[in-house]
Design a protein around this ligand. Structure first.
Ligand SMILES: Cc1cc2nc3c(=O)[nH]c(=O)nc-3n(C[C@H](O)[C@H](O)[C@H](O)COP(=O)(O)O)c2cc1C
Length: 315
């Protein structure tokens, strides 16, 4: 394998390849799959979103699976920032001294975000932070921050002032104008964007005539999210200079290439791990062959094409 071919440089992140498990799909690297496999082969690991206090999550069932995607209403279950900083992070870092780790931050208020961001950053164990302003599963936190451009700017700039780490703002697709939200993050000083979080959705079981998840509505993810992610990443890449980590429906190396063609500079994989727990490893293994098939020397080459813009071709 030619390591340089897949290598990616992003603010604060030197990645050997562009593939990382998305927040919420890999815990704190403490699940069975993480413990039984070599995380050093991944580009980076994004940790479960962390809040100030521990959260037990929403009523069961929290996850409903369908052929075309997954509805989840997990509700940011996590042990709280203190336990993450004192136990989860040191355990992962001791095992993987060189693995790029991205912490994910959420809160019920702007102050909460700042406290969590500061404590995660002060641990000295992370390379970057992701601001989750886009969780649809928490009534008092998350998505309400990510649908208001002024709040995105304020939150981003306050966190940026507070921490000495690159900050990636994870945008919500549950908005009318995604470009406005991306510009708001840029205005606040974001170093990059992660796009997209789940779509706010609902499913009803015809047999039980009950909502498919305990919290009635939840976040929709998986293959059927991909066209929305591609469209939003493409629109933002045309207008905003920040690097974009693409996420939403990726399950193959071909999907990674498509994300790059839309304007992403790295990718995250979430729901694909439900059907293939080793999806990230398999996608990485397939990437070079996919590049060969398309006669491409590197992923960066693909990313450069985006700057030309398909929209110019549209009448
Ligand atoms: C079960 C589950 C839990 C998730 N938890 C989080 C989370 O804690 N923080 C976050 O930013 N996104 C979370 N997400 C969203 C994913 O990180 C990702 O943005 C989304 O699922 C789209 O990607 P995918 O189609 O590859 O899953 C979660 C998604 C799922 C399915």
């Amino acid at each position: 394998m030619n390591e340089q071919r897949l290598a990616v440089e992003l603010p604060g992140l030197t990645l050997k390849n562009p593939v990382m498990p998305a927040s919420g799909s890999f815990g704190f690297g403490d699940g069975r799959i993480a413990l039984e496999n070599d995380l050093n082969q991944l580009g980076a690991v994004v940790l479960k979103t962390t809040t100030k206090n521990a959260r037990t999550g929403n009523p069961q069932p929290q996850i409903a699976q369908f052929p075309e995607g997954v509805l989840n209403s997990v509700g940011l279950t996590n042990p709280g920032v203190k336990a993450v900083v004192q136990q989860k992070l040191p355990a992962l870092r001791t095992k993987y001294p060189d693995l790029p780790l991205i912490g994910s931050v959420a809160g019920e208020s702007v102050e909460d975000y700042m406290i969590v961001a500061q404590q995660l950053a002060e641990s000295g164990l992370l390379q970057a932070l992701e601001l989750n302003v886009s969780c649809p599963n928490v009534a008092e936190g998350g998505m309400q921050f990510g649908v208001d451009p002024r709040t995105i700017t304020k939150l981003t700039s306050l966190v940026k002032q507070q921490v000495d780490l690159p900050v990636y703002v994870k945008l919500s697709p549950n908005v009318t104008d995604i470009v406005e939200c991306a510009q708001a993050a840029a205005l606040g000083g974001a170093d990059g964007l992660t796009m997209i979080n789940t779509v706010y959705g609902m499913r009803i079981d015809p047999v039980t005539r009950r909502p498919a998840v305990g919290n009635v509505m939840g976040g929709w993810s998986g293959p059927s999210l991909k066209p929305l992610a591609i469209r939003m990443i493409y629109q933002v890449a045309q207008q905003v200079a920040l690097p974009i980590i693409g996420v939403g429906g990726i399950s193959s190396a071909a999907d990674v290439i498509e994300m790059y063609l839309a304007g992403a500079s790295a990718v995250q994989v979430g729901t694909a791990q439900f059907s293939d727990p080793l999806a990230c490893w398999h996608i990485i293994a397939d990437l070079e062959e996919e590049l060969d098939k398309l006669q491409l020397t590197s992923l960066t080459e693909l990313r450069n094409e985006v700057k030309e813009g398909f929209l110019n071709e549209r009448r």
